[in-house]
Design a protein around this ligand. Structure first.
Ligand code: MN3
Length: 196
């Protein structure tokens, strides 16, 4: 089995103008795809070729020592990018009453959540990911990770990719504008299913 990048859940131009067709062509078609290609190369001859992505990520003790960093970085980046594309939807969608109430409880209001999520996206240094997660106690929190690292404090509900390749074509150096703009296309309906 080869790892492949799942089909986008919408057309390549469907998130424009928030995320342009050009950005998605490169980000999905080149960056995301390259992580899968690299992963397949790293797994050759390891006996791990037939594991699904989730099985592979859960079997770190079986990874050859010399390939550990490479396998983690590429497997996690395949996973993170698929999760990112699935966090977005053309035109955006609405959170369930339960998720909306959890946001109010954790952050005070939706507007306060937006402010904090944008600030934690702008302030997440370097190539990174900022996540909305459901903690084991059922409450919500924002988690910041660096490089390829997958959220670990709770169950991920949404993620923003703040690597420069995610926004430089459309927003140049304006990471804040990119982070604010994603609030027009978050797939809150899907996040609500994850929350439930
Ligand atoms: Mn990316």
């Amino acid at each position: 089995m080869s790892h492949i990048v799942p089909a986008l859940p919408y057309a390549v131009n469907a998130l424009a103008p928030i995320i342009s067709e050009e950005t998605i062509s490169y980000h999905y078609g080149k960056h995301h795809a390259a992580y899968a290609t690299n992963l397949n190369g790293l797994l050759e001859g390891t006996g791990l070729e037939n594991l699904s992505l989730e099985e592979l990520l859960a079997a770190k003790e079986k990874w050859p020592e010399a390939k550990k960093t490479g396998i983690y970085n590429n497997a996690a980046q395949v996973w993170n990018h698929t999760f990112y594309w699935e966090s977005l939807t053309p035109g955006g969608s609405k959170p369930s009453a339960e998720l909306a109430a959890a946001i109010d409880k954790a952050f005070g209001s939706f507007d306060e959540f937006k402010k904090k999520f944008v600030a934690d996206s702008v302030g997440n240094f370097g190539s990174a990911w900022t996540w909305l997660v459901k903690l084991p106690d059922g409450s919500l929190a924002i988690e910041k990770t660096s490089n390829a690292v997958i959220a670990s404090t709770g169950k991920p509900l949404l993620v923003i990719d703040v690597w420069e390749h995610a926004y430089y074509i459309d927003y140049r150096n304006l990471r804040q504008k990119y982070a604010e703009s994603l609030f027009e296309i978050w797939d809150w309906a899907r996040a609500s299913k994850r929350f439930a």
